[in-house]
Design a protein around this ligand. Structure first.
Ligand code: SF4
Length: 357
């Protein structure tokens, strides 16, 4: 048995008793497989699970998803992050209904045409739904194959990506591609983990190059570690009576179509008194009395390429500014929860919890 055959055989043997039951496993409806794959992109299984169940219930077929009001969809997606996934899901659902008569595409090439579907997701759907022989390649697969075969080429280089994609295709069990793809991802998530790989109980240990050469912690190799840009967000929670001013984010930026309080972004942290004098904020209460009620600590949310540092300044005003002119709406405290906010605002509102709601 050569090393590739050994890998495939032992991986599948490991998988037989270790197949974790999940609501989407064994699913053959390509629509539901697609839904689960989009939800699980950049999301931990434990977190994605309840969202998959909710979406399956609220949007059982592509028709309900295509017809869903965007605000409702964003609200259902709230807390899952990477909101472009929800927008792409919506666009693709409309495309399937309008252009394909509601019939989900059944070739790898056509699945790839759906907005938000890349090669990984297309391979997953094609193999799970239609048993087509396409190997999935994600972070788990990069790690498992780099370690087992002792690959030194950086996995974030074009050469490394091509090499691993080719290798993944070579070790794929073509008779049962869906099961193999599920096995390699589960193996990467539970045994050959990024930190703390469980080598001592690993069924692939005898032929694993990284284990033999004591290089498990070193592989896979990456040339660039992502350098995150810091962004400082200052939210002004203007309270008038029992209402707060919010608006929908429409700019081409993170969190498009989610709601927010008046926001001022700065290059560095800034004192709240200075902030309130900035044009971006002072326009909200020019010529009228206002009182600062509270300035929060800094809240941090990590995104892939940025870390967001947010501070919330609560002020009370007596009169309204011309909100309509500025696209703001005053929403009653009790109604705020009906709107989808970015996670960092949600965290603040949850902390305020009992006092605000
Ligand atoms: S022996 Fe360790 S590094 Fe090698 S495949 Fe198994 S878990 Fe991964």
């Amino acid at each position: 048995m050569n090393e590739k055959t050994y890998f495939t055989h032992n991986l599948l043997t490991w998988y037989d008793p270790n197949d974790r039951p999940m609501p989407w496993k064994g699913e053959t409806d390509p629509y539901l497989i697609w839904l689960s794959e989009i939800i699980l992109q950049q999301t931990r299984v434990e977190q994605g699970l309840s969202y998959f169940i909710k979406f399956k219930k609220n949007y059982p077929t592509v028709f309900e998803l295509a017809q869903a009001p965007e605000d409702q969809l964003m609200k259902d997606w709230e807390g899952l992050g990477y909101y472009s996934r929800a927008r792409n899901l919506h666009t693709a659902a409309k495309y399937i209904v309008d252009e394909l008569n509601g019939i989900f595409p059944n070739t790898h090439e056509d699945i790839l045409k759906l907005k938000g579907v890349g090669t990984y997701t297309a391979a997953a759907i094609a193999s799970f739904a239609y048993d087509l022989p396409y190997a999935v390649v994600d972070g788990n697969v990069y790690r498992v194959l780099s370690r087992f075969f002792g690959i030194d080429t950086p996995t974030d280089s074009n050469e490394g990506k091509k090499l691993i994609a080719k290798l993944a295709q070579e070790v794929l069990d073509e008779k049962n591609p869906g099961r193999f793809n599920q096995a390699i991802m589960d193996f990467g998530a539970t045994v050959c983990k990024p930190k703390g790989a469980i080598c001592k109980d690993c069924q692939l240990q005898d032929e694993c190059v990284a284990f033999r050469d004591d290089r498990v912690g070193e592989l896979p190799i990456k040339i660039k570690k992502i350098k995150k840009k810091k962004r400082f967000f200052h939210y002004l929670m203007i309270r008038r009576g029992t209402g707060y001013f919010i608006r929908k984010r429409v700019e081409k930026d993170i969190w498009k179509n989610l709601y927010e309080f008046p926001l001022l972004e700065t290059e560095t942290q800034m004192d709240s008194k200075k902030l309130l004098k900035q044009e971006g904020f002072s326009k909200f209460f020019s010529n009228q009395f206002y009182g600062i009620q509270k300035v929060s600590d800094s809240y941090v949310q990590q995104l892939t390429h940025r870390s967001i540092h947010a501070q919330f300044i609560e002020i009370e005003v007596e009169n309204s500014f011309d909100a309509n002119k500025m696209d703001w709406m005053c929403v009653e405290e009790s109604e705020l929860r009906k709107f989808a906010f970015p996670k960092i605002i949600d965290s603040y509102l949850n902390h305020k919890g009992s006092t605000l709601f």
